[in-house]
Design a protein around this ligand. Sequence first.
Ligand SMILES: [Cu+2]
Length: 327
Amino acid sequence: MDIPLLPEQASSFAVEVDAIYFVLWALTIFFSFLVMATLFILAYRYRRGARVDRTRPVHSDVRIELIWSIVPLLIGLVVFVWSAHLYARTRIPPDDAMQVYVIGKRWMWQMQHMNGVRENAELHLPVNRNVKLTMISQDVIHSFYVPAFRVKHDVVPGTYTVLWFKPTRVGRYRLYCSQYCGTQHSQMDGWVTVMEPDAFERWLASGGEKGSEKTVGLAEAGKQVFDRMACGSCHGSSSKLGPIPAPQRGNSLNGVFGSTVKLKGGRRVKADEEYLRESILRPNEKIVDGYWAIMPSYEGQLTEEQVLQLIAYMKTLGKAEPAGGAE
Ligand SMILES: [Cu+2]
């Protein structure tokens, strides 16, 4: 059911967010009226000259004080637990979510589907499917906002942020940038098109809007970057650098994604997308235990898009063989 004055409810979160919103609204109105009504009634009843009993004025009443302390406390706790629970769910994407990468830049949104289809200021999605956006900015802070889905999250330079939702209605919905990001901020908008699953599959397979143009999958594009940047000279199984001792070479990157990496000094980190990104751009931040800090930084040499492609490629390496390296 759509509510007048509010955007359509086009995602699974929309109904829940609106429910909390209306409960807060109802509570605010109810208590404002209660307080104001009591104030006016008492002011009228005890107005100057009114014939009322003023002999036993009440100075304190423990029962009333307990009621007006405990009842609001309970209401506050219910609202807190309810909204914290919803918030937590909006922050943790389910494992089965369809992955899409989003790059924000002044003043445009660029979307990357896993099969390589790219879109500008448009995002096509299937209905009733969990979608996970991994987002990064190429310049300043932007914010990805789809009112009809009731989701919004900052897109910042230097780190990935994640947003997920499940569109529940076929249609076209506005997408906005909701962080002021410069002169043409107001034009940094777009559309999210939610389609029937088979229509979406056809759209995706045909290479999106560009139609016949052949697209290379994200991981495949990553393989090309990997080869072009000669990452394999240190990380490949057949090192072109010849037989140099393992600590000076890189480890095999097989199975790195999702594993727990032991760092120099003993600390352990989970190798997520953020870790892989940092390993490429600022390799000396976290040195893998047993290796030398000889990996060059690729900061400034790779676009965010290429980094995403490399990550997509390294993710596929996980399935190839168990973690290698000279452990
Ligand atoms: Cu922006």
